[in-house]
Design a protein around this ligand. Structure first.
Ligand code: SAH
Length: 223
C-alpha cells in the first residue's frame, strides 16, 4: 500500500500511528512486518468520521449494528499467530469482515483472502473501503461463517473475529494440511485458540492462549 496516498493529519498522522505500533511492540507483538503493516494501514478510514480521531488508540471501537472494529493489538496478535504457525498463507478465510480493517491487514500477507460476514451493510461498506485502498485480492460473501466457505476451501489459514462456544467441526475440515485456525472460543470466558492441521497425518493440534473478548459468532445472516 502506498503510505502517502492515505496519510492523515493530526490524530491520524504517521506519528500517531507510529506511537500505536510502539505500544503494540511493548505489548509483545514481535513480527516486524506486522508492525509495519499496522503502521501503514489507515485505520481511520474504517470508522465513521466522528470516531476517526480515535482510530490509533489501542481499543475496539463501534462500527454500528452492535459490532466493533477489533482492537489493533488483537488484529496484530492474530495476524502474527497465523504468520508464524501456518506453512504458507496462500488462501485465507476470514470470518466476520466487520469494517474490513482486519481484512485489509490480512490482504497484505495472504495471496488471497476470502471474507464472510453475516450483516450485509457492514460488508458492503468494507468492500468499498478495500477497493479504495487498492486491495483487490479479497473475495467477499454474505453468509454464515460458522459454515466456513466450502467452495473456496481448503484454506492455509482461517481467522475468526467472532467467538463460537465450541469450534465448528466444519472449519477444521476446510483447513489444508499444515493449515491453521485462529479463533476465540468460549461463552462466558473466551480464549484465543490456535488449531493446526498436521501436514502428514489427519490430526489436529489445539493450543489455548490468553483470555479475550469478542462478539459472539451468531448463526444465520441479516440483510
Ligand atoms: N475484524 C473486524 C471485527 C468485526 S466484529 C473489524 O476489525 O472490523 C466481528 C464481526 O463478525 C461482526 O461484524 C459480526 O457481524 C460478524 N459475525 C458474527 N457472527 C458471524 C457469522 N456467523 N458469520 C459471519 N460473520 C459473523
Amino acid at each position: 500500500m502506498d503510505r502517502h496516498d492515505f496519510q492523515g493529519v493530526g490524530m491520524t498522522s504517521q506519528r500517531t500511528r507510529d506511537r500505536l505500533t510502539s505500544r503494540l511492540e511493548a505489548s509483545g507483538v514481535r513480527h516486524a512486518r506486522v508492525l509495519e503493516v499496522i503502521a501503514n494501514t489507515p485505520r481511520h478510514l474504517f470508522l465513521d468520521e466522528a470516531l476517526a480521531h480515535r482510530a490509533y488508540e489501542d481499543t475496539a471501537l463501534p462500527i454500528g449494528f452492535g459490532q466493533t472494529l477489533s482492537q489493533p493489538y488483537i488484529v496484530a496478535r492474530m495476524t502474527e499467530l497465523l504468520l508464524v504457525t501456518a506453512e504458507k498463507l496462500g488462501n485465507v478465510l476470514e470470518i466476520g469482515t466487520g469494517s474490513g480493517y482486519q481484512t485489509a491487514v490480512l490482504a497484505q500477507f495472504a495471496e488471497r483472502v476470502c471474507s464472510v460476514e453475516r450483516i450485509k451493510p457492514l460488508q458492503d461498506k468494507a468492500k468499498q473501503r478495500l477497493r479504495k485502498l487498492g486491495l483487490h485480492n479479497v473475495h467477499f460473501q454474505h453468509s454464515d461463517g460458522g459454515l466456513g466457505w466450502q467452495d473456496q476451501a481448503p484454506f492455509d489459514g482461517i481467522l475468526s473475529a467472532a467467538a463460537p462456544r465450541d469450534v465448528p467441526q466444519v472449519l477444521l475440515e476446510q483447513l489444508a494440511p499444515g493449515g491453521v485456525l485462529v479463533i476465540p472460543v468460549g461463552a462466558d470466558t473466551q480464549y484465543l485458540t490456535v488449531i493446526t492441521r498436521n501436514a502428514e497425518e489427519n490430526t489436529f493440534h489445539h493450543q489455548r492462549l490468553e483470555a479475550v473478548r469478542f462478539v459472539p459468532l451468531l448463526a444465520g445472516v441479516t440483510r
